[in-house]
Design a protein around this ligand. Structure first.
Ligand code: PLP
Length: 380
């Protein structure tokens, strides 16, 4: 069987999560907005229990949680919602600031806003993938409305200095949005202490179902809804609530918090073993800051091989990628931002370990890379 080492693309839905969701499809199918009868009230109670679990995982109040279809929608709501709310209340600020290594779910809505009168500054990162806080500070001005910086990168796993960025934003009254799809349930993260006003998360990145996520909004942040209709979620996101998926997100985040630290410790051990065994093959270098990094991520560039050939051979034995699952075909903009050439980016491997990753799968991965290199590496 193929060793699945692509947990940044998605994670399997946990069996306990699936079991928690099951009754809410057929047995308890009522609409949680139908509060005039008992089944509707029960569905509403299940939604509120899940909301409480998401909120608790982030040490935020339940009313801060807005359920969405995922992190993409959450980030669209955060970015466009803040921009439109500024227009509505006559706030003259228009400037948006982000990093070159952000996910497309942030870069694309920001680029859309830039075409609609909100000037966008895309900052470069250092060769280790981290933003230099002094560079970010220099980009902030009287016109800056919002800064969007992710918690953990989905390709190279680096952890941005959120606390420093949050303090810079807070001192200037600038909104701080954080795409935390890769961080929630993986590493400790408390938005209030970090100065984060808006945080996006996704169910399927933390052993929950696909098609559900949330935007967590600090008190006092004004958001113009981007989905208009029935007024659900306090008017912030219309549409009938996806009760089974919401219950699944609640169960998944609770489960992810329960084993977060032990999982991180085990997977960082496996990740270091993987890196050590790859490093001895020679000509392989690591991408991103090795210390400030998700415990289950390893991203490497393999020298002296054709990337296409490398991945064609690897994919018979391991499920890995050369970049984000969302930008298949085009070379990684993240690796490009680190100074990697097109060829180097193509000859890069992103490993994402997960809850069920075994030591045997790591051995399979090392063997697959070693044997592939023996077959295709050009003499130095
Ligand atoms: C997966 C991912 C997203 C998109 O999340 P969806 O829930 O699939 O929309 C956004 N940002 C990052 C960093 C991700 O890893």
């Amino acid at each position: 069987m193929l060793a699945y080492l692509d947990h940044h693309a998605t994670t399997p839905c946990d069996a306990a999560v699936l079991a928690a969701m099951e009754p809410w499809w057929r047995q308890h199918f009522a609409n949680p907005s139908s509060r005039q009868y008992r089944p509707g009230l029960e569905a509403a109670a299940a939604v509120e229990q899940a909301r409480g679990r998401v909120a608790a995982a982030l040490a935020m109040p339940p009313e801060s949680v807005v359920f969405t279809s995922g992190a993409t929608e959450a980030s669209n709501l955060a970015l466009k919602g803040v921009a439109e709310a500024a227009l509505e209340r006559g706030d003259p600020r228009r400037g948006l600031v982000t990093l070159a290594t952000e996910h497309r779910a942030v870069l694309d809505p920001l680029a859309w806003l830039a075409r609609h009168g909100f000037p966008l500054t895309v900052l470069p990162v250092e060769p280790d993938g981290l933003v230099d806080p002094a560079r970010l500070e220099a980009a902030l001005g009287a016109d800056t409305l919002l800064v969007s910086v992710m918690a953990a990168n989905n390709e190279i796993g680096v952890l941005q200095p959120l606390e420093t960025i949050g303090a810079l934003c807070r001192a200037r009254g600038i909104h701080f949005h954080c795409d935390a799809a890769q961080a929630v349930g993986q590493i400790p993260l408390e938005p209030a202490g970090l100065g984060i006003d808006l945080l996006s998360l996704s169910g399927h990145k933390l052993y929950g179902p696909k098609g559900i996520g949330a935007l967590v909004v600090a008190e006092g942040v004004h958001l113009a809804p981007q989905m208009h209709g029935g007024g659900q979620e306090g008017g912030r996101r219309a549409g009938t609530l996806a009760v089974p998926l919401i219950v699944g997100l609640g169960a998944a985040i609770q489960g992810a918090m329960a084993d977060r630290d032990s999982r991180a410790e085990r997977l960082s051990g496996l990740r270091e073993r993987l890196w050590h065994d790859l490093e001895v093959l020679g000509g392989i270098s690591r991408n991103g800051h090795a210390g400030r990094c998700l415990p289950h991520n390893l991203n490497v560039t393999v020298g002296g091989v054709d990337g296409g050939e490398l991945h064609r051979r690897l994919r018979r034995r391991i499920a890995v990628s050369s970049g984000s699952a969302c930008s298949q075909g085009s070379p990684s903009h993240v690796l490009a931002a680190l100074g990697r050439s097109r060829e180097e980016a193509a000859a890069s491997i992103r490993f994402g370990l997960g809850r069920e990753t075994s030591a045997a799968e790591i051995e399979t991965a090392v063997a697959a890379v070693a044997e592939t290199l023996a077959e295709i590496r050009r003499p130095a």
